[in-house]
Design a binder for this molecule. Sequence first.
Ligand code: BTN
Length: 257
Amino acid sequence: MISADFIPEIKRFPVVDSTNTKAKAIAKHGAKEGTVIVAETQTAGRGRGDHQWTSPAGGLYFSVLLFPQEASRATDLSILAGVAVTQAVKEILPKMKKVSVKWPNDCLVEEKKIGGILCESLSEEYHNICVVGVGLNVNLGAEALAPFQSNKFPATSFANEVPGGNFDLEKILNVVLRKIFTMYALYQQQGFEQVRFLWERNCQFLGKKVELKDSGTQAAPIAGKFVGIDDRGALVLSNDRGEQRAYHAGEITCYWP
Ligand code: BTN
């Protein structure tokens, strides 16, 4: 059982291929629940949907090992981590900044992506071990962010949002970890419903018309009103006739404010 004030063992590396890969490897050698792997840079950082996660120095890259009771509910952790990271970013940045989670777990500031989360489960043999990998753009300047400016939700960083700001990576790590362990403790005690409630409270797109595109298929984007997430963390859209449908995959590519 992990409590909200849990103090994790943190293993630090100057460079790894991917903190998620490293976390999986140590999990197989008996690492404890709550262990954290942090790296200053990654040579093969991974994002969701086969994307890379470019990881230069100045960003925060870490993975946490969590062992949920029910392996079949591992996706709960991905939603949970999205809320925790969004709460942490809200706490750190000036209050006037608009910070939101974007389904399933991206963190946006003023409609730009500041961080992402990749949750992975281990193989069958280690089926209830999950790795929650978090990437946050902290002290990344305009040059590092430039390649991502044509994205539907362009990249931003803490330093970009607070010009002249030089953020302490260690402090940010501590804030995010505290939010993750608090959220995980809540989840263990009260289940997913409370996490779902907090996720929706931290999402700016609720009630808005959005477009969902599944990059794995050639299918046209689906437009609908964003009603919320269901008890499995799936995105629920309502069509023009008011019919609701849940979607388990895809990216929100645009919205109408
Ligand atoms: C995304 O938005 O696509 C998810 C990005 C997740 C990146 C983090 S960085 C730390 C951890 N290690 C990885 O290889 N990926 C995650």
